[in-house]
Design a protein around this ligand. Structure first.
Ligand code: ADP
Ligand code: MG
Length: 287
């Protein structure tokens, strides 16, 4: 493509809220055959809400919210909002510790307490009644976080983060153009699969720690794929820069935006389809 054609291509996409850093990025897009998506805030709205609490509701919420008060995770905001609505008294948790991709730990009433995935609860057995509830909730695409106190799982909190209305259409369009779509998430397999089914994603890679995301991108590249990664979080920065094309949500963290070659100003995954179409047109790769 001529320099003018490149300018036309990037200007045209910019008008649609798809900011493409330079001509090389635009060219790379035309070769992409696989699009990998982060889940929270990328495929989903990223404003999760508490839907169910299992166990002594007041105790479970009090422990969870007292710990999450020091966390900046989107799940923490959902729990804090619920605790505020229910007027749950909180206490000051000591020795707060965020365990990346797993949850949070702190002392509540001088006992060790935690909130998070089964990974954070790994050395404590989950009572059968609680684990049965968990499975059912996860099949409904709800994220389950376990609440532990004094070496026991005292309950769980189910949190729902629904897909953006445009996600399904974007994924359908990408598949129509022959691309493979993959979800890469730290979340549990069942929840991830339920959301993937809702939006039509081909493949799910779940239970991935933030530090492992970039390695999954490398593995795909080593198997010969040309990979775009779409994400929004601090944790997504390494995957965004490893991918052949990094696509950041405009609502994402500054570091995610800086790591991306493309920014979707409207946080709408249909921007990925637009970038692809404009790139093919600019480089005459329309089949
Ligand atoms: P994602 O890949 O969807 O952005 P994360 O890697 O941030 O997810 O988190 C993975 C999982 O770890 C969450 O689904 C949750 O179970 C648990 N987790 C992480 N941080 C917290 C927290 N502050 N409170 C409760 N659970 C958490
Ligand atoms: Mg995320």
């Amino acid at each position: 493509a001529t320099p003018t054609a490149l300018m036309v291509g990037t200007a045209r996409s910019a008008k649609m809220g798809v900011l493409i850093k330079n001509g090389e990025v635009l060219e790379e897009v035309s070769d992409i055959d696989t699009v990998v998506f982060d889940k929270t805030g990328t495929i989903t709205i990223g404003k999760p809400e508490v839907t169910d609490i299992i166990g002594d509701n007041e105790k479970v919420l009090s422990v969870a919210a007292s710990l999450e008060e020091s966390s900046e995770h989107p799940l923490a905001s959902a729990i804090m909002k619920k605790a505020t609505e229910e007027k749950i008294p909180l206490i000051k948790a000591n020795h707060f510790e965020a365990i990346e991709g797993k949850g949070v730990k702190a002392e509540y009433n001088d006992q060790i307490a935690f909130v998070g995935s089964e990974k954070i609860a790994s050395n404590i057995e989950i009572p059968q009644e609680i684990s049965q509830n968990a499975e059912q909730l996860q099949r409904q695409a709800k994220i389950v976080v376990y609440v532990g106190f004094n070496n026991q799982i005292i309950g769980l909190i189910a949190i729902q983060d629904t897909p953006k209305p445009s996600s399904k259409e974007a994924i359908t369009e990408l598949k129509k153009r022959g691309l493979t779509t993959i979800m890469l998430t730290g979340d549990n397999e069942k929840v991830a699969q339920a959301i993937a089914d809702e939006v039509g994603i081909d493949k799910v890679i779940a239970g991935v720690l933030p530090t492992e995301k970039a390695q999954h991108i490398k593995d795909l590249q080593n198997s010969g794929k040309k990979v775009a990664f779409v994400g929004d979080g601090i944790n997504d920065a390494p995957a965004l820069s490893t991918a052949d094309v990094g696509i950041a949500m405009g609502s994402g963290t500054d570091i995610a935006i800086d790591s991306g070659g493309i920014v979707l100003v409207q946080n709408d995954l249909r921007g990925v389809v637009r970038a692809l179409d404009i790139s093919k047109k600019t480089f005459n790769r329309i089949k």
